[in-house]
Design a protein around this ligand. Structure first.
Ligand SMILES: O=C(O)C(=O)C[C@]1(C(=O)O)C=C[C@@H](O)C=C1
Length: 282
């Protein structure tokens, strides 16, 4: 079994994959679309990509790709604690002053916003495709005083020295990753879970007042708890959206099919993106 992940090695996605699939062959890709396309093309069996961070919200490229580009199923959700550290090449560890620039994934830079403003105000921030891509770049350019933000394993893997640890602004910093496959199937993940979720993407009938209220009612009166609802552009014009809805309930025979039928009867189109177990990785 082959698993694509947002690489290079020692990204947070890699850490999640290693915990969830310790025995499987894994393949790093540079971008989230590359990971998703690798599943669609049959190059790998599964892809693990980030979906949402507790501080920064959704990873829009993942949500949009799942709606607009890919017909894949979410088969599991992995939630990991995220701890960010600022690292430099060891040659620059004791250098006074500030690095020329600090690199990281945009989510990681945003998670450390207060720290960066407080300690490194004015230092240019440069986005990298992942935290580990930033760390790798810094390790490959020892001639320059550069910083990268990422996890402890990246510092170790790329031979960097941690200058400041735990620099994320809020202690509760978690990211949800999803495991994608061509179609629904059970995956074996060696962790306990008691939570099952169902994810839907719903498009409302155009310009019908009260449509969203009616959609929410379909869940409410069945006492189906929603853990997330978010709108994203349909890309057909301003004001056109689809809704990503996470329901804290497995796909049963009665309640969820009932809610889906009701939404369709209201003129909504409903895409079932997945029904899957949710794992909290330590
Ligand atoms: O850059 C990484 O290390 C990733 O795995 C991506 C990602 C993200 O997309 O949010 C994952 C977890 C952290 O929140 C920061 C970055």
């Amino acid at each position: 079994m082959k698993i694509a992940y947002l690489g290079p090695q020692s990204s947070f996605t890699d850490l999640a994959v290693k915990k969830a699939f310790p025995e499987e062959e894994t393949l790093p890709f540079t971008t989230i679309p590359d990971c998703i396309e690798a599943v669609m093309d049959g190059e790998v069996d599964y892809a693990v990509v980030p979906l949402e961070n507790a501080l920064e919200g959704s990873v829009h490229i993942t949500v949009d790709y799942l709606f607009h580009e890919a017909d894949l199923a979410i088969v599991a959700e992995l939630t990991s604690a995220i701890q960010q550290h600022l690292m430099v090449h060891p040659d620059w560890k004791d250098q006074p002053g500030q690095p020329e620039k600090i690199m990281s994934h945009p989510h990681a830079l945003a998670q450390c916003h207060k720290f960066l403003r407080g300690t490194y105000k004015g230092v240019p921030l440069e986005q990298s495709t992942s935290t580990s891509a930033g760390a790798k770049f810094v390790s490959e350019h020892p001639e320059s005083f550069l910083g990268a933000i990422g996890n402890e394993l990246a510092a170790e893997h790329y031979g960097l020295a941690i200058l400041h640890d735990h620099i994320h602004d809020v202690t509760y910093n978690h990211t949800r990753f999803i495991v994608l496959h061509k179609k629904h199937r059970e995956v074996s993940i060696p962790h306990e879970t008691s939570l099952h979720k169902t994810t839907l993407m719903v498009t409302l009938p155009k310009d019908r007042s009260g449509a969203l209220h009616q959609v929410l009612s379909a869940f409410a009166w069945r006492q189906l708890n929603l853990s997330k609802i978010e709108s994203r552009p349909l890309k057909t014009g301003l004001g056109d959206y689809f809704f990503l809805i996470d329901v804290d309930h497995e796909l049963d025979d009665v309640l969820l099919p009932g809610a889906i039928n009701e939404m369709e009867a209201l003129g909504c189109s409903v895409k079932l993106v997945g029904h899957y177990p949710s794992f909290m990785l330590s």
